[in-house]
Design a protein around this ligand. Sequence first.
Ligand code: SF4
Ligand code: SF4
Length: 195
Amino acid sequence: MAGFGGAIKNLGMGCCSKAGKTWQHEKSKPLYDESKCIFCRKCLTFCPADAIYEENGKIKIDYEKCKGCGACTVLCEKGCFYLTNDIAREFQKRVAIAAKAAMKKFNGKASFINFLLDITPRCDCCSFADKPLINDIGILASSDAVAIDQASYDLVCKEAGKDIFYELHGIDGTVQINEGEKLGLGSRKYELIEI
Ligand code: SF4
Ligand code: SF4
């Protein structure tokens, strides 16, 4: 849903209350493409909010119940549940706002370590890891959540030779980094010091 998960994502989502997590997800409810459905019915029992149901032999989403967790987009092997870039953009904006709020709570006293090791295609919400996307790169440390995420994004794409996150998810994961900078969370400019 975020396209990429680094310091901002873990700060915004990870350091937030349940209510804050709900607020971040509430505008990211997936769309449904009926034409791809093979009616395996796996999604009917899977949704944690019990928002997916069957009506007249068709799969439906109850958007009143849906929490926007995105789990069904991973579960359905046919890709029936999907997000658009607009939906993902709103989600990332909210993640950046929550990250800014968390930093305020910490009085700005936080530092960040991004492990560019065993990078998985999906986040830790998923019960599987799959093989790493690319070779291990190293460990980054910074007191700036925006700079470390920009550097991480750039290093992974450089190693892959392409924007591997966009290729994988069709979502621009840099929105959260730009939004973080706009909110004063940090700067996208960075200097890499190798030790
Ligand atoms: S998991 Fe996907 S293919 Fe199976 S019934 Fe649900 S929407 Fe259709
Ligand atoms: S996004 Fe989550 S809550 Fe909404 S329908 Fe999919 S699995 Fe259920």
